[in-house]
Ligand binder design. Structure first.
Ligand SMILES: [Mg+2]
Length: 294
């Protein structure tokens, strides 16, 4: 959550441009994380993880489950990796089991499946609406001619997109099921974003990554992308910046003026030839020295 001393007008990074001033002219594709970026499913996930681990850790007599555990060990990771990381933090070792394990079984996969049941029940009960600012931004970049994809560790991405009513915007969805099927490494590896760019028919250098999780921002920063946008839903600006986010926003509509400038330029030339040329340029170039220490 945004602290009171970080007003919306603050630049995205200490040495970087403000979100509204970003040059997006080289960007032809946007790769969106889903949970916490397009939809507030993070809160659904957080509640589901809490319902799993609060009684579980209590029964093991170890330190109780808290919100900080979600950000430190679980957020943005594939489901079973999240289970494994949290258990490791408490020194608990249980068998791995496999994906067919019943939610009742005390295995890494059983606990992961138990969490998934809780998630789906909550989604069915409460539904989910996209963040209004994210929907505005998504529709603006689509209208400007950019291609868009969803890149999510979740294996529930299609059902979340459908529940939010935005599944019609995406022809490319690289989620946990696709990653498992194709043997693609999960975040924090950049491989899922690489695959999404490939499916969009674009070089990674012409694509921007939009992420809210530590593992996702790291994935974007470790890849060869034009831009990594960090959406601060609770990780914190300093952490997102340190992990490699080029610009940090509270809401994606802060980028709308930058999108509008690119659209105007494209309209005035009547062609996107300038976009094709500048796709090989790096928008981070101007600020890389101070704004993106690596
Ligand atoms: Mg996320």
């Amino acid at each position: 959550m945004t602290s009171p001393d970080t007003p919306r007008t603050r630049p995205g990074s200490p040495a970087g441009p403000t979100p509204a001033d970003l040059d997006l002219s080289g960007i032809r594709g946007w790769l969106f994380d889903l949970d916490g970026v397009l939809t507030p499913t993070a809160i659904v996930h957080m509640h589901a993880w809490s319902r799993l681990f609060t009684p579980y850790l209590e029964s093991h007599g170890v330190a109780p489950y808290g919100e900080g555990d979600y950000f430190a060990y679980i957020d943005g990771k594939p489901r079973y990796d999240g289970v494994r990381s949290l258990l490791e933090s408490r020194g608990i070792r249980i068998p791995e089991g496999d994906v067919s394990d019943s939610p009742d079984q005390e295995t890494v996969h059983g606990l992961g499946n138990r969490k998934n049941d809780a998630f789906n029940a909550t989604l069915a009960d409460e539904g989910v609406a996209p963040y209004p600012a994210s929907l505005a931004f998504l529709d603006a970049v689509i209208a400007s001619g950019c291609r868009v994809a969803v890149v999510s560790s979740s294996k529930n991405a299609p059902s979340v997109l459908a529940a939010a009513g935005i599944d019609d915007r995406f022809t490319v969805v690289v989620d946990g099921l696709v990653a498992a099927r194709e043997g693609i490494a999960g975040k924090p590896a950049p491989d899922m974003f690489d695959r999404a760019a490939e499916l969009l028919g674009l070089p990674t250098t012409a694509c921007a990554v939009v992420e809210d999780a530590e593992s996702g921002v790291k994935a974007g920063a470790d890849g060869d992308f034009a831009l990594v946008v960090g959406v601060d839903r609770g990780v914190g600006r300093d952490t997102l910046h340190e992990l490699g986010a080029d610009v940090i926003v509270d809401e994606l509509d802060e980028l709308l003026p930058a999108v509008a400038r690119v659209a105007e330029r494209t309209d005035s030339t009547g062609t996107d030839a300038d976009l094709a040329t500048s796709a090989h340029e790096d928008p981070r170039r101007d600020t890389a020295e101070e704004g993106n220490a690596e």
